[in-house]
Write a protein that binds this ligand. Sequence first.
Ligand SMILES: C[C@H](O)[C@@H](O)[C@@H](O)[C@H](O)C(=O)O
Ligand SMILES: [Mg+2]
Length: 441
Amino acid sequence: NIRGMSHKIVNLRVRDVRFPTSLEQHGSDAMHTDPDYSAAYVVLDTDSGLKGFGLTFTLGKGTEIVLCAVKALAGLVIGKSLQEIVSNFRGFYRLLTSDGQMRWLGPEKGVIHLATAAVLNAVWDLWARAEGKYHAMYLSIQDPKQIVSCIDFRYITDVLTEEEALDILVKAQEGKKQREDQMLKEGYPAYTTSCAWLGYSDQQLKQLCSDGLKSGWTRFKVKVGADLEDDIRRCCLIRKMIGPSSTLMIDANQRWDVAEAISWVSRLAEVKPLWIEEPTSPDDILGHAAISKALAPLGIGVATGEQCHNRVMFKQFLQASALQFVQIDSCRLGSVNENLAVLLMAYKFQVPVCPHAGGVGLCELVQHLILFDYICVSADLRNRMCEYVDHLHEHFTSPVVIQDAHYMPPKDPGYSCEMLEESVNRHEYPEGDIWKQEIKK
Ligand SMILES: C[C@H](O)[C@@H](O)[C@@H](O)[C@H](O)C(=O)O
Ligand SMILES: [Mg+2]
């Protein structure tokens, strides 16, 4: 039992929470021109009174479909105790992802997988809270044996076996305490995407960039891909403002075909981007490999992952040298369980992990995964940074803390994605005040 209690899950509630971010073009990119940042927000109630909070990130209308999927999974969760789940977490992950009827919707991809992430994120939150009063989630994943027992190695044993994973984790125990102390002192390096959404005017870019520089940011991501001449102008403007020693990344959100990606990005080489993110279809592993090969001589890497369905695809991206930066996502993959597998594979291939964050709640969640990566797996900060986006943190009970462009480790118990009740009520779709007003307009 976990501190004397089994914490039986007696109810699962899920709510459709949406923020009208599209009104001001926050979050806009070459493919998502009107994103309303949203979440399928899950609350687990237990017989002990302890609650677990989880979410998956979606956009606007898509949320109602994710909600249906979460409800379809609820029967697999209600009635189980936390104790039962975590004593065979790999088995529970399989139960959710291998249901004989529902796996047809995936398997391990799309809406059903986003829903799985929402549910499992809430279980991880509950687990961390059950472990003790001041137990942030990233501290629950410290014991090598326990970590591997959470991972489903099915389909990846050709590159990573359970024994190898254990070996990596055991070796990384050395220096762990120093790294944890270092993180508590310095935080984990971050970059910002908030200055240069595609729908922002040049005036806005300039203002946000200069504000960003003043607050200590040195790494900036710019949206590209809709119009080449605009991209050249916007990227040059930003490069000029941030100077040659700051880092610039560009993100096309899947806009191009392979050849077009290569020629377009070659035209942007003068602004010296560190990476081009999602140049083409997120499913096109060999396409990404071709782009990586063509852009390597220009010193530009390929980054992808925010829409990479599962560990199997990450495995192939790594095998095919199709990416130079692994962008894990706390909700796209099957929660912590599947992200652990990807972190370990990335380590094996020595490819740096630079998580995708932003949206609503993604920064709150993924900070735990990247802290874990540094402290317990990679022990390396070279070429690594975690995305940060400056929207919607005020809706969380334990929002991320950024200091001098670094994520400071979360101190509150859990997985940091509990939302303020008031925020959920106001933004629930379509009944919340915010939407009643919007719909009237
Ligand atoms: C619709 C979203 O804002 C995306 O544009 C965003 O997640 C983006 O790809 C990112 O890398 O932050
Ligand atoms: Mg992106």
